[in-house]
Ligand binder design. Sequence first.
Ligand SMILES: Nc1nc2c(c(=O)[nH]1)N[C@H]1C(S)=C(S)[C@@H](COP(=O)(O)OP(=O)(O)OC[C@H]3O[C@@H](n4cnc5c(=O)[nH]c(N)nc54)[C@H](O)[C@@H]3O)O[C@H]1N2
Ligand SMILES: Nc1nc2c(c(=O)[nH]1)N[C@H]1C(S)=C(S)[C@@H](COP(=O)(O)OP(=O)(O)OC[C@H]3O[C@@H](n4cnc5c(=O)[nH]c(N)nc54)[C@H](O)[C@@H]3O)O[C@H]1N2
Ligand code: SF4
Ligand SMILES: [Mo]
Length: 738
Amino acid sequence: MAYRTCPLCEATCGLELTMEGEAITRVRGDADHVFSRGFICPKGAAFGELVADPDRLTRPMVRDGSAWREVEWPEAFAAVQAGLAPIIEQHGRDAVAVYIGNPTVHTMAGTQFIVPLLKALMTRNNFSAASVDQIPKHVSCGYMYGDVLAFPIPDLDRTDHLLILGANPWESNGSLCTAPDFRGRVKAMQRRGGKFVVVDPRRTRTAAEADEYIPIRPGADAWLLFAMVNTLFAEGLVNLRHLEGHVNGVDEVRRLAVDFTPERVAGACGIPADTIRRLAREVAAAPSAAVYGRIGTSQVEFGTLASWLVDVVAILTGNLDRAGGTMFTLAAHRPVHKPGRGNDFVIGRWASRVRSLPEVFGQLPVATLADEIETPGEGQVRALLTIAGNPVLSTPNAGRLDGALASLEFMVSVDPYLNETTRHANVILPPTDPMRVGHFDFAFLDNAIRNYAAYSPPLLPAEPGRPDETEILTRLAHIAAGQGPEADLEATYEAMLMHALRQRAGYAESPVFGRDPDELRAMVDGDTINERLLDVSLRTGAYGDGFGANADGLSLAKLKANPHGVDLGALQPRVPDNLLTASGKIELVTPPLADDVPRLLARLDGAGNGMVLIGRRQLRSNNSWMHNVPMLMTGKERCTLQVHPDDASRLDLTDGEQARVTSRAGEVVAPVEVTDDVMRGVVSLPHGWGHGVDGTRMAVASEHPGVNFNTLADETVVDPLSGNAVLQGIPVKVSALS
Ligand SMILES: Nc1nc2c(c(=O)[nH]1)N[C@H]1C(S)=C(S)[C@@H](COP(=O)(O)OP(=O)(O)OC[C@H]3O[C@@H](n4cnc5c(=O)[nH]c(N)nc54)[C@H](O)[C@@H]3O)O[C@H]1N2
Ligand SMILES: Nc1nc2c(c(=O)[nH]1)N[C@H]1C(S)=C(S)[C@@H](COP(=O)(O)OP(=O)(O)OC[C@H]3O[C@@H](n4cnc5c(=O)[nH]c(N)nc54)[C@H](O)[C@@H]3O)O[C@H]1N2
Ligand code: SF4
Ligand SMILES: [Mo]
């Protein structure tokens, strides 16, 4: 039996693998796992099939016209050098753009080696899946807590009241809330007598099991939440409790909320004013309450305001940083005190060339990538590097981006599949499969509902001559830095390790402050650079052994000795120690947030009732890339357009027949599924489909193509505070295909 953390979603479940030689013959949940306790979902169960997928690329590929040729690794890296170097030389660094996709946060290579690669690339044209996902929450947390990674996490196991806006954890298994068996934990809360409320335009599987389900017009959450804030002030329900003295700006928020009375927003939200008041009263009255918003509050035009207001409600009711409320995880790889206190967060240190959209922590919105490729002039993007991304299916106005990628002078993709995006590459560099690399969830342990840590060492040996993703990214960094594809890897790895040790020894709160980095280096453990860097993080981290200072503390060796994970206890209050704002307090509102409020108010008057499109995550999909796994593709076709029965009869749409959906950006034709799960005036289509294009190599996915949701998403509309794309509530026309 072999054990490892499932790398496929944010829940970080422990898997128990039965192996025959190098083959995985059975996957079960690890019953002894300290966090997931045997929980597993269908994707985890399909892990063996995914690893063994015959369409997974094992050797690098170079494209000549429309023909692909497998090459040896040195030739592939030489081709990258030959393609990129002249473009950088002639047109400068901004001529090379990079797009970083979602799976990079699920690998050690991605979480440890993307930053050095970006430093080597030094391009302003840095794009990622964050700007079609959670960047509004980073921005609101940056303003409020001074730390873009300080996400408040619902304390699911202890809460008495859970209010979910725009998340569907029954299918997504939770996001920015690492909680294996999310559903089981919420069910346990309901059994304890707690209340569970879901606000969503669609009666999802999550909503169907809530104590109360409240349908909302897509895009309206900022209005709803502001009206809840208005109610808290109007009814004297504001009670900061333990946060008293740690919060600036309460009076300003009171002033900003004055206009957003429940009556004023009710029509736009589709929620009666009395219900809005009751929602606010219930959060205020509950012994503890966790308010949680995810994709539905993020991929919208007021994504940053909605993400901010989720936390405003929590703070005004004294439910932030309190057991049963929303709390700040302290992960094992994080130091107790972060260096950097006193840096107020800013965006817009530079702007995108064509649309002048502001930079947000070094990134530009992917909604403007096609503009940067298509628009001639100084700084035009001529080459693209994609790493673990499929922007042709996952970013707005996919049709336009698809054309733009085809026009590039040069493109490189680090990806195991020849798919809708990578078919445009000149060189594809496939990483090894997950069984041959170690796994530690730097990203998701930071958002877990308990403090906990687990490490999975590689279960299979590296294949000779085949670089892992860490090596691929490092060689790309060497090429970008002008050192060439054959530069010494070990020297770079060693320099990174020494840099990490010097950094950890260099600030006063660190457990190894003042120690000699060379002395520490001699004590570092690990078989790979990934393990060595992890060992440094763990040992100098919040629970670490401090390189001898605390003998019982965590280290790589300790995690290796505990394959079912190490529980580090329930979340603890952390305010004010974790705040990095210049004031040392929570900034309940900052000028950029306040300045966007008039726009929110003005939009109330124009809020219409026209047909709008929302997305739909599905348990057996993972964004765009697991439709090639046979186990996950059985049963009815899933890429359907859900339509309310009243809309269907008004528009002459019949269940099972095709409908044409058009938006400003494009058009798709999809089969209709009539269901009263969606609200009137709302249609729903899942994203990640649209596999029916030429030139890919995904046999199973090609048999279940579906249509590309993002053909319809409008790249010209973004949340101005974060640059996030608007992928929910897209105005569409729907008609029968006759
Ligand atoms: N099975 C599966 N799991 C996944 C993924 C997957 O593709 N498949 N993707 C992973 C990723 S990358 C992420 S980011 C997470 C996302 O995790 P979640 O956010 O939990 O996932 P979604 O299903 O997108 O949930 C968004 C919900 O918002 C609703 N919604 C749409 N518009 C609005 C609105 O304006 N207001 C409100 N209140 N609700 C709205 C939608 O109907 C939907 O139910 O899931 C992760 N897990
Ligand atoms: N309409 C609409 N669009 C959406 C969303 C939505 O809700 N609605 N959700 C958005 C969200 S939340 C996200 S996160 C994005 C995701 O957007 P992307 O990250 O662009 O897309 P994915 O479908 O996750 O594609 C992942 C890619 O990584 C590759 N891959 C898998 N494992 C590895 C690995 O270990 N290493 C490398 N190098 N590559 C690997 C896969 O083959 C695939 O090409 O989509 C966004 N797009
Ligand atoms: S819930 Fe996520 S982490 Fe758990 S088994 Fe499923 S895909 Fe893997
Ligand atoms: Mo995501």
